[in-house]
Design a protein around this ligand. Structure first.
Ligand SMILES: Nc1nc2c([nH]c(=O)n2[C@@H]2O[C@H](COP(=O)(O)OP(=O)(O)OP(=O)(O)O)[C@@H](O)[C@H]2O)c(=O)[nH]1
Length: 131
């Protein structure tokens, strides 16, 4: 079964927000873009804004859909659907994650990412070079 997951590349002041999964989560301690599984009857962007509010207490607006990535993990397969998002308001309060970083584009490659995120980081960086 394919599990659809949205994730947010939240931009502010030339940096992006990334989150570290906690010890108790699957993909423990790896870095990801915050987001989560699409629920029944939900659009991708509804899922994204709900998850970002639940996980981080932030209000964001999705602005650009990037290329979805299919990733097979040992016991399940996900389709990870990334959106670039603008930060609107809110102060970060972590509900699930271990920690977060606001990182410069140059530093994005230095993190231990969930495997599904690697092509997304690559695409995102390639877009920044051409604008
Ligand atoms: N939110 C999010 N999930 C990701 C990313 N990359 C990636 O492989 N995933 C995987 O997508 C799945 C769904 O994410 P989730 O955040 O809703 O997972 P969860 O903790 O609710 O599910 P769980 O209870 O199975 O651990 C997880 O297995 C997670 O490891 C990412 O960038 N963002």
């Amino acid at each position: 079964m394919l599990i659809k997951v949205t994730c947010a590349i939240i931009e502010q002041f030339g940096r992006v927000l990334i989150t570290q999964r906690s010890e108790t989560m699957t993909q423990a301690l790896l870095w990801e873009f915050p987001g989560g599984k699409i629920e029944e009857g939900e659009t991708e962007t509804e899922c994204l804004t709900r998850e970002i509010t639940e996980e981080l207490n932030l209000i964001v607006t999705p602005t650009q859909r990037l290329t979805p990535v299919q990733q097979q993990y040992p016991t399940y397969t996900i389709e990870l659907i990334p959106y670039i998002c603008q930060y609107n308001r809110g102060t970060i309060q972590l509900a699930e994650h271990k920690t977060y970083h606001w990182v410069t584009l140059a530093d994005l490659n230095d993190y231990a990412w969930c495997p599904a995120d690697l092509p997304i980081v690559k695409e995102y960086l390639s877009l920044q070079l051409t604008v």
